[in-house]
Design a protein around this ligand. Sequence first.
Ligand SMILES: *Cc1c(COP(=O)(O)O)cnc(C)c1O
Length: 367
Amino acid sequence: MQVPFVDLKSQYQSFKPEMDAAIQNIIDHTAFIGGKAVKDFEEAYRKEYGAPFFQSCANGTDAIYITLKMMGIGAGDEVITQPNTWISTAETISQTGAKPVFVDFEPDYYTLDPAGLEAKITPRTKAIIPVHLYGQPAEMDAIMEIANRHGIPVVEDCAQAHFAEYKGKRVGTFGVAATFSFYPGKNLGAYGDAGGIIIHDADLARKIALYANHGALKKHDHEIEGINSRLDGVQAAVLSVKLPHIHKWNEQRLENAKYYNEVLNGVGDLVLPRIKKHVKHIFHLYVVRTARRDELQDYLSQNGIGVGIHYPVALPFMPAYSYLGHSEADFPIVAKFQHQILSLPMFPELTTDQMDYVAEKIRAFFA
Ligand SMILES: *Cc1c(COP(=O)(O)O)cnc(C)c1O
């Protein structure tokens, strides 16, 4: 049996006629950039999210960069995030001229540890970016309490957590803004690059809309210099077809994760994902830990099972961040766990047979 890491093909098959028609419609109208499809998706996402403002852009990385830049963050400033995240979260801080400052994560949940946050705050701290990593919401009550007490705005990186919930409230509705990626493999994915920003402040929303569009809200009316970061018509149409399915897909991922947790319970030295009691985890990734990670990874690959590591080297230990002068002792939890984490196949259409096969192979490995 083959179990892919993700399976975008079977999802496409489930709505092929509708998807093909939506894409054909963009081509028929040559509405490649801007236009109705983009406006329609922006409005649909904003409404579905229950947010006051939503701005689409070219990808999830731009979403973070544009947001930080329009918050006025730049040289001499510091922005706090976590060390175990996709590089975009830190890269965009540097792109503004600011310095990324890392806080280790909560061992059970892989999200930013509020207990380590306050010690990293300095007079130069201009934002905090919690990442709702793997689809599990960060500990927002504690993070917001600390941020508010210091008057520091929070930007949520929701690239892996569309519509996840913390104490019944959606992630992306806590901070001043929240950034989303619609990269194809994300829980809500386009058929190319795409991104967006939820904004809770009208002034910031206007600045963000300007900056993403060459500083102009009307053609040839450049109020400021900006960048070209547009969602294109085809991606907007694809996302509009997919949006109505997102809650069902998130539910299926959660069900799959619970099934894995059942059938993998007590196998070898595996540490299974823990779900916080007060959240809705949407399982962008299903990540286990074992001291024999490299061997297990090879064994599963040889048996036709797609696996991944998110992420094999934490950012402070990457050559790109050697200039910050960190050592493993600065982030002991991520330094240890980066050698133990392994992501198993996870997507909504995963079947019980496929999960049974994965579990059977993992049991065989440890036997
Ligand atoms: C995917 C991802 C991004 C970047 O999104 P792109 O659309 O690929 O630019 C940012 N942050 C996190 C946590 C991600 O997983």
